[in-house]
Design a protein around this ligand. Structure first.
Ligand code: HEC
Ligand code: HEC
Length: 345
């Protein structure tokens, strides 16, 4: 009886092992058969389909008239209550789509405490804002428009003001059956933001198969970026922008920096969930060479400083000067083109 049970157990165990081995093999096969995720609207080329970073599509079809209208709105100070500020005031395309300031002011509870994020490639991010509170660039628009630190306005006020400008009334009527209203205004601004993509960086050329597009040092930097695990957080088409992660995984960044502000709480501000304290949407590293200073608090002056801090607090690794330099050179190869012209300075 006892022996029989023992035997049955062994047979069961062997069967289980066999089953799990079989399913592991099947799973592996299924995974190798599964096609790589497509790079948005462009077809996947096999040369980069195994890489954790995807190139930005070279061309995204958009209505050029709406793009031009959205661009005018983006630069128009009539969107602000004091008629002095536009989106462009903080998102200067000649300054990497941001403003090069640490942050707008100090001692405030609102987003005036965070470093300006770039508008370039923002529409590829799966959530918008440092704390990822917004679902899309469309969903985010209310924030800069209403926020007293930005435009301090209301949509109704803006529509009323723009309705006084014959050119706007005419353009909207030509492009939208409903003419100028809150919905069409938001749409034009959204289409314009979707046009702010920066393809064809040297790194993307490398991904598309031109191995000579990167120097040996830049390739060494990319290898470190992958082998040290930066890529576990900074990945996909935007080299970031598709995950939430804590700032300070391997050390307490905030205790070391001191002087904690409400903005430092990150996603906690949106969810009130303890697990979200100091959690941020991982930022995109596209064109990162152009958008110093770095981090939500604008505390890192140089790319090298930011990389060193990432090594310490996200990976628990003290990077050597050579490694930091190699990674910095790789990150500089992520600077792309806007409307066919390199953003490189
Ligand atoms: C006074 C400066 C200021 C103005 C004006 C301003 N922004 Fe911003 N913008 C910021 C700051 C600061 C952030 C980061 C906010 C945060 O998430 O904490 C930001 C974030 C963004 C983002 C998020 C990007 C990402 O990666 O998630 C987008 C998109 C954006 N702004 C678009 C606009 C648009 C469109 C307008 C005009 C309607 C505008 N901004 C006006 C300062 C400004
Ligand atoms: C565990 C996830 C994680 C890892 C690993 C990681 N990062 Fe980050 N990275 C983040 C988060 C989150 C932020 C935003 C922090 C903040 O400002 O609040 C960030 C910010 C950055 C920034 C600043 C971007 C900007 O626009 O301000 C750079 C540069 C950067 N990381 C590079 C790297 C490099 C290089 C490595 C590897 C050495 C790395 N990161 C590893 C999550 C990560």
């Amino acid at each position: 009886m006892f022996q029989n049970r023992q035997v049955t157990r062994w047979i069961l165990l062997a069967a289980l092992l066999l089953l799990s081995a079989l399913s592991a093999i099947l799973l592996q096969q299924a995974q190798s058969l599964r096609p790589a995720p497509p790079a948005l609207s462009t077809p996947v080329e096999t040369s980069y389909s195994t890489e954790p970073i995807l190139p930005i599509p070279l061309e995204i079809p958009l209505d050029n008239n709406k793009v031009a209208l959205g661009e005018r709105l983006f630069q128009d100070t009539r969107l602000s209550s004091n008629n002095q500020t536009s989106c462009y005031s903080c998102h200067n395309l000649a300054a990497g789509g941001a403003d090069r300031r640490r942050h707008l002011r100090t001692g405030q509870q609102d987003y005036g405490m965070t470093n300006t994020l770039t508008v370039f490639n923002a529409s590829f991010n799966y959530k918008i804002g440092w704390d990822g509170r917004f679902a899309s660039v469309l969903d985010h628009l209310d924030d800069p428009v209403n926020n007293p630190s930005a435009l301090g306005s209301t949509w109704e006020e803006i529509v009323a003001r723009l309705a006084q400008v014959p050119e706007y009334k005419q353009s909207f009527r030509q492009m939208y059956p409903d003419g100028l209203n809150v919905t069409t205004l938001k749409d034009a601004l959204t289409v314009y933001q979707e046009s702010l993509y920066t393809p064809n960086s040297r790194f993307d050329q490398f991904l598309r198969g031109n191995k000579a597009a990167l120097t040996a040092t830049e390739q060494a930097g990319y290898d470190l970026f992958k082998s040290y695990g930066c890529v576990s957080c900074h990945q996909g088409v935007n080299v970031g922008g598709n995950l939430f992660q804590r700032f300070g995984v391997m050390g307490d960044y905030f205790a070391d920096r001191g002087d904690i502000t409400p903005a430092d709480l990150g996603r906690f501000n949106a969810t009130q969930d303890e697990a979200d304290r100091h959690v941020f949407r991982v930022p995109s590293l596209r064109n990162v060479a152009l958008t110093a200073p770095y981090f939500h608090d604008g505390s890192a002056q140089t790319l090298e400083q930011a990389i060193t801090i990432m090594g310490t607090y996200q990976l628990g690794r003290s990077l050597s000067e050579t490694e930091v330099d190699q990674i910095a050179q790789f990150l500089r190869s992520l600077t792309g083109e806007y409307q066919g012209k390199s953003l490189e300075e």
